[in-house]
Design a protein around this ligand. Structure first.
Ligand SMILES: Nc1ncnc2c1ncn2[C@@H]1O[C@H](COP(=O)(O)OP(=O)(O)O)[C@@H](O)[C@H]1O
Ligand SMILES: [Mg+2]
Length: 283
């Protein structure tokens, strides 16, 4: 009874959805990964980042939010018995569908090509995030791997997050799409932390050139500062790891890709932990 009352109070303080005011309590830090363009490496980045953070003793929940085209379980080489769709249909609790591929890491698997996939809207998204934040598992980080594009669903995950990591590669089309997604988030939420990772770069200077273009556009047109937190090299072994269904950080722990990712995890995610203040976010 007392516990129920506590949860109700927490829920009330957590969010007043009607007024679109979100008060994030002392739950996990919510990080959304997005890109605009598909195929730039969001899922590769999130899976490997989550594993590194788990190795560094952070309790991580990784959510495959690519609606009905989920693939994190394939990248991890696991076959979930139940998925998010089972939760949304009310047949399973979130805790029953979570995967545990390594210590400190839980994965909430999404669905792929489920004909009966439940209708999905922002209220469902609010509900998923709330359920995680309110869950008994005390996660440090809740990482959301989104679908490609700038659909309201993708933007809404960023709105509910403490920060967004935008992934682009050095191609002008990827930079343009990354700018578009940043702008769409900014139109809905003016105060937000944007971080930038350039993937598939031939070298650091190519990545820096791409990052500078994006940073300058965001500063000039939107008056926001993107924090460039690093780049990942183009590496043929990434494809090999996808084929083998074994994340790069496990299959090639000494590779340049893994080293770069460790730097991003330490400098771009862990180092900024102390700066995350729980705050009221007006949406
Ligand atoms: N750093 C990289 N080096 C080489 N290939 C990469 C790299 N990152 C991603 N890829 C390739 O791009 C493909 C798409 O990546 P993925 O993470 O699924 O993209 P997204 O989630 O953004 O749609 C991967 O299957 C892999 O073959
Ligand atoms: Mg993906």
């Amino acid at each position: 009874m007392h516990e129920k009352k506590k949860n109700t109070d927490q829920a009330a303080s957590l969010r007043m959805v009607a007024g679109k005011q979100l008060l994030q309590s002392n739950g996990p830090r919510i990080v959304t990964v997005t890109s605009g363009k598909g195929g730039v490496g969001k899922s590769i980045f999130t899976v490997n980042l989550a594993m590194i953070l788990a190795d560094l003793n952070r309790r991580v929940l990784l959510f495959d939010a690519d609606t009905n085209l989920a693939n994190l379980d394939s990248l991890l080489g696991v076959s979930p018995k139940y998925r998010l769709g089972d939760v949304l249909r009310g047949e399973k609790d979130i805790s029953e569908v979570l995967l545990n591929p390594c210590p400190h890491l839980h994965v909430l698997p999404g669905d792929s090509g489920d004909y009966y996939y439940p209708k999905y809207d922002s209220r469902v998204q609010d509900h998923i995030i709330e359920s995680i934040v309110m869950s008994d598992n005390s996660y440090d980080l809740f990482i959301v791997d989104t679908a490609a594009g700038i659909s309201p669903e993708v933007i809404h995950y960023s709105i509910l997050s403490d920060e967004t990591i935008v992934i682009a590669n050095p191609e002008p089309t990827a930079i343009l799409d990354a700018y578009a997604v940043i702008k769409m988030i900014w139109l809905k939420k003016k105060r937000h932390i944007f971080k930038l990772v350039i993937n598939q770069a031939r070298n650091a200077s190519e990545a820096e050139d791409a990052a500078t273009k994006l940073k300058m556009a965001a500063e000039h047109f939107l008056k926001i500062t993107l924090q460039y937190i690093g780049h990942l090299p183009y590496d043929k072994r990434v494809k090999e790891s996808v084929m083998r269904q074994n994340p790069v950080v496990r299959m090639f722990p000494k590779s340049g890709f893994t080293e770069s990712l460790k730097t991003i995890a330490r400098n771009g995610v862990i180092q900024t932990e102390q700066y995350v203040e729980r705050r009221v976010v007006t949406v």
